[in-house]
Design a protein around this ligand. Structure first.
Ligand SMILES: [Zn+2]
Ligand SMILES: [Zn+2]
Length: 624
């Protein structure tokens, strides 16, 4: 769909929403089965679960969960009894319908389905699950409230409502920015606001996915930075590939997106979006207004940023890829070789000549201006491929023999070495076990990120640097002891290697050089995560098979990459902690293949909560 048409339609959708006419959901058209009726309001759901909650009380619901716990003292719906499979199937079904409606440009239906989704109790449960499961769950917002018990979680889900919704200001903290003096601001919304954002994200994401730039990879379902790297390689590797790169850097993208633009173009309830955008923030007991930008640190922010920047691809395609008849023409595209690869606000555009790149830059500036954004003058560069450029922590460069190599960027290498050095410094008095665990958590993640590119030499280099740092650490602890004594205390011979930094009970420092280099297979760009389930299931399964080894690979292949408890895809490119290995009989010593399964973290928690099996949450979380 041409950008202008899409913008106009979106405008119409949001304009209608702005008029504040709450639509009536007619059960005959939108509710298509029994479960829908149960799910649409919490009271029905509670009855369904054999729990009675009085409707009147729910209608009186306020935003505060605390108030809720007072009202609902006699009711104890159980979080651990939730049938997540059913919940996900329901929400997913609506998301599929939203996606199809977006593709058909049936904006009325999109609006109706989004309303149904954001008002369904199942979606509210999912929203609460998301914010109580992610990393920030232990950090409270300005109200100091955490949702850390199963009781509070269920009450929180019941309390989520758009009625009189008012977002609280974000708690502003400043965090260190690598290699820079100034610190980066981070906003922390309250749990309630986070859950509201998660809820509206459930309905907005299908729209964002269906209208996204095909080569956008950041904060997208099933896509990751590695997939963008796999896309760039074939684009630049050939002899006739584009020679020039425009490295785009948008000045404070998240902070500067125009609220007017978002309110006009994002197809969601305007009054809710306004609350998200205008929440303001508190710093040093002072309240500040937010006049531009997305809620930093909020779940919905990356989706809003993606929606804002979607359309660059279409802009470039229309100008550089199509003939006068409006159809794609490879000959015309080859003239300029303008191709975009974007990871949220970070992007590159390839070009055959410097002049084309300059021209594109002006067009991007116009595109961004409409949205309240601009390119950073210092950081936006036009580079020749032989000079090389950095993107997402990698360096892409063509060497003398015309060979394109992708390596971890110097900055990224320095960053990981500094991190390890820092840990060794802090860990002066730690036990060897503590130190190994901390270092491993850094290096394993880093090596996994870079194992798809030319990293072998760099991995070796970091290993040897680490050896010297650890030798200093050990020497400092025992200044009076001989070198031989120190060596035999902390280093042991294991298999063919003599110097393994390890403990007596066999906890080893993992070596980066042991990582196998595995290329990422490019994804098919036209596959939608909501409607092309078969494709993604196959892709994710193969991705897992390629990346896992030994026992973990066998487990993965046995279950075909699908969680046996909910039948949904396990996304292997996410963090390893998110897919624990569960012991079916509850005996952690039984490491037989038939006793082990990968599960989602929430499925795992539920299995243990309902069956109260001993290995609760302590099952190994390894594999990648
Ligand atoms: Zn599952
Ligand atoms: Zn388990």
């Amino acid at each position: 769909m041409p950008q202008s048409e899409r913008m106009q339609t979106c405008f119409m959708v949001s304009k209608r929403m702005n008029e504040g006419r709450m639509m009536k959901v007619r059960s005959s058209t939108t509710l298509n089965n029994e479960t829908d009726k149960l799910i649409c309001n919490p009271s029905a759901w509670s009855e369904f679960k054999g729990i009675s909650i009085h409707c009147k009380e729910i209608k009186k619901e306020s935003q505060s969960v605390k108030t809720y716990s007072e009202k609902l003292t006699n009711i104890n719906p159980s979080w651990s009894q939730i049938n997540w499979k059913k919940v996900e199937i329901y929400v997913n079904h609506l998301q599929i319908r939203i996606t199809k409606a977006v593709i058909k440009k049936n904006w009325n239906l999109v609006k109706r389905l989004s309303y149904l989704l954001t008002h369904s109790f199942y979606a509210k449960l999912l929203a609460v699950r998301r914010v109580t499961q992610n990393k920030g769950r232990k950090t409270a917002g300005v109200d100091g409230i955490l949702w850390n018990t199963t009781d509070i979680k269920i009450k929180a889900a019941i309390s989520l409502t758009d009625r009189k919704y008012k977002a609280k200001p974000l708690k502003r903290v400043y965090i260190e920015k690598y290699g820079k003096k100034e610190k980066r601001p981070l906003g922390i919304p309250t749990m309630y606001d986070r859950a509201m954002q998660a809820l509206y994200t459930l309905a907005l994401d299908p729209y964002a996915e269906a209208t996204a730039d095909t080569k956008s990879f950041g904060f997208r379902k099933f896509r990751s930075a590695k997939h963008s790297c796999a896309m760039i390689f074939p684009l630049l590797a050939k002899k006739a590939s584009p020679q020039w790169i425009l490295e785009g850097d948008i000045k404070g993208c998240f902070d500067n997106i125009s609220h007017e633009w978002l309110l006009e173009h994002v197809p969601m309830d305007k009054s809710i979006l306004k609350q998200f955008l205008n929440a303001g923030y508190v710093f040093n007991h002072n309240l500040f207004k937010t006049v531009t930008g997305t809620p930093q640190g909020g779940i919905i922010s990356p989706i809003l940023a993606n929606i804002t920047l979607d359309g660059i691809e279409e802009l470039l395609n229309t100008k550089y890829h199509v003939s006068k008849t409006g159809h794609y023409c490879s000959k015309i595209a080859a003239k300029s070789q303008i191709y975009l690869v974007r990871y949220c606000d970070d992007f590159i555009i390839t070009s055959r000549t410097r002049e084309f790149a300059e021209e594109v830059k002006i067009q991007i500036e116009d595109f961004l201006k409409e949205r309240g954004l601009e390119l950073s003058k210092e950081k936006t560069k036009i580079t020749h491929i032989k000079e090389g450029f950095d993107f997402l922590g990698w360096n892409f460069r063509k060497y003398r023999n015309e060979k394109l190599l992708i390596k971890p960027s110097k900055k990224s290498i320095q960053k990981v070495i500094d991190k390890i050095g820092n840990i060794i410094d802090i860990g002066k008095t730690w036990t060897q076990k503590q130190l190994i665990k901390h270092i491993n958590s850094i290096t394993i993640g880093w090596a996994n990120y870079h194992k798809g590119v030319v990293s072998k030499e760099i991995f070796n280099g970091i290993d040897s640097k680490m050896w010297f740092m650890l030798w200093d650490w050990a020497k400092r602890r025992h200044p009076q002891k001989a070198r031989k004594w120190i060596a035999s205390k902390y280093w042991h011979a294991i298999d063919t290697r003599k110097w393994v930094f390890s403990t007596e009970d066999d906890l080893r420092l993992s070596r980066l050089a042991e990582k196998k280099i595995i290329r990422t297979t490019p994804i098919k760009l036209d596959k939608n995560p909501y409607i092309d389930n078969d494709y993604w299931q196959k892709y994710k399964f193969q991705e897992g098979s390629r990346n896992l080894t030994g026992m973990f690979k066998k487990i993965w292949e046995k279950q075909r990459g699908v969680c046996p408890f909910c039948n949904q895809i396990i996304d292997i490119s996410k963090y390893a902690e998110e897919r624990p290995v569960h012991h079916i009989d509850g005996n952690r010593d039984n490491q037989k293949l038939s006793n082990l399964v990968y599960t989602h973290i929430h499925c795992h928690q539920q299995i243990h909560a309902t069956k109260s099996i001993r290995c609760n949450n302590r099952c190994p979380t390894q594999g990648l």
